[in-house]
Design a protein around this ligand. Structure first.
Ligand SMILES: Cc1cc2nc3c(=O)[nH]c(=O)nc-3n(C[C@H](O)[C@H](O)[C@H](O)COP(=O)(O)O)c2cc1C
Length: 330
């Protein structure tokens, strides 16, 4: 495998180095501050992302906490913004920069109808001139680097991802992450790593490959095919906040990383639940359920524990279940 180098990003005044070529993807509804805290435990230097933030909401003062929280966190954290209005994106990017964002990422891949219908996310794949204008305006307005996350196009028939990515580079993007699917594919089929390799070949700026990387074997294969500068890990990290650190360590040192055992997974669930409940009260349990459901896997008794956790109707009950489970390991 080719040796990966640190990634250099030159902003409009503030340059950045990414020491770790394995990146945690932005995941709406998942990659909140508490999730990032766990990812950070295994990946002190990896680039992590906020969940995507609506530039319009930021303008109106909603969703501000997603950005303000950054100042409390260590390591590089990118703020991902979405909207189709250049001025709104500029305002939001300025706010995010002043809150301590490591870089600003512009979402041009989100397939969610509600967002694309208004012209944001993946809808920008159909509007290359507008996409370029947004990147150009945002990169001139802030000093930190501007990056873009794209898919291969809106649909296969009309897409020219190389031309689209070249346009973004020309407009000032400092790095492009490519999820190797079109918008019309949603999450079906397989990510097209060959198509990412064509984009990588054509650009001078770093390219990050994304889509269907679940372990270090996938990451190595993807890097071989795409020749990308790094990889981004999405769904496979849900419930496995150690995965970015694991893949990084395994591809760098070819050592076999020891992922958390059953006891560690249960204590991770307990810690996650307690943090969510202390931040969000009873609603924290609802959020914690999905994380616990993803994390409680691949150990004896995991199925039954998951089943009980789903039924726990109060944070106190769920905490007791996990504490009782931990006693069994002693
Ligand atoms: C629950 C969920 C939330 C997501 N939220 C975002 C998001 O906020 N911004 C974004 O650019 N992509 C988002 N994505 C897409 C992922 O970042 C990633 O590009 C995609 O899942 C493909 O990578 P994977 O195969 O490693 O999951 C989301 C995906 C999922 C499943």
């Amino acid at each position: 495998m080719k040796k990966l180098s640190p990634i250099f990003l030159s902003g409009n005044g503030t340059s950045r180095f990414l020491e770790c070529p394995v990146i945690q993807s932005p995941l709406a509804g998942v990659s909140d501050q508490i999730f990032r805290k766990f990812v950070r435990r295994w990946s002190p230097k990896a680039l992590l992302f906020t969940e995507m933030v609506n530039a319009k909401s930021l303008e109106l003062g909603h969703g501000v906490e997603k950005v303000i929280e950054l100042s409390e966190e260590s390591g590089p954290i990118g703020v991902q913004l979405f909207d189709h209005r250049p001025n709104s994106m500029v305002d939001a990017a300025i706010k995010a920069e002043s809150s301590g964002a490591f870089l600003i990422d512009i979402n041009m891949g989100c397939p969610v109808k509600k967002i694309a219908k208004k012209g944001g996310g993946s809808a920008l794949l159909k509007e290359p001139e507008l996409a370029k204008l947004i990147v150009n305006k945002v990169s001139k307005a802030i000093s930190i680097p501007v990056t873009v996350k794209i898919r291969l196009g809106w649909c296969e028939d009309t897409s020219n991802p190389v031309a689209f990515a070249l346009g973004l580079q020309e407009a000032g993007a400092q790095l492009i992450t490519v999820h190797g699917r079109t918008r019309s594919q949603g999450f079906s089929g397989y990510a097209n790593w060959e198509a990412i390799s064509k984009i990588k070949k054509s650009l001078d700026i770093p390219v990050i490959a994304n889509g269907d990387i679940k372990n270090s074997r996938d990451a190595i294969q993807c890097l071989e095919i795409t020749n990308a500068d790094g990889v981004m890990i999405g769904r496979a990290s849900m419930g496995a906040p150690w995965l970015v650190g694991q893949i990084d360590e395994e591809i760098k040192n070819q050592k076999t990383f020891k992922p958390p055992d059953a006891k560690m997974k249960v204590s991770l669930c307990l810690e996650h639940l307690k943090l969510l409940v202390s931040k969000k009260g009873n609603h924290g349990l609802l959020i914690a359920r999905k994380h616990m459901n993803w994390t409680c896997r691949d150990f004896e008794g995991a199925y039954s524990l998951r089943h009980k956790l789903i039924r726990a109707s109060t944070p106190k009950d769920a905490i007791k279940l996990l504490e009782d489970e931990l006693i069994k390991f002693n």
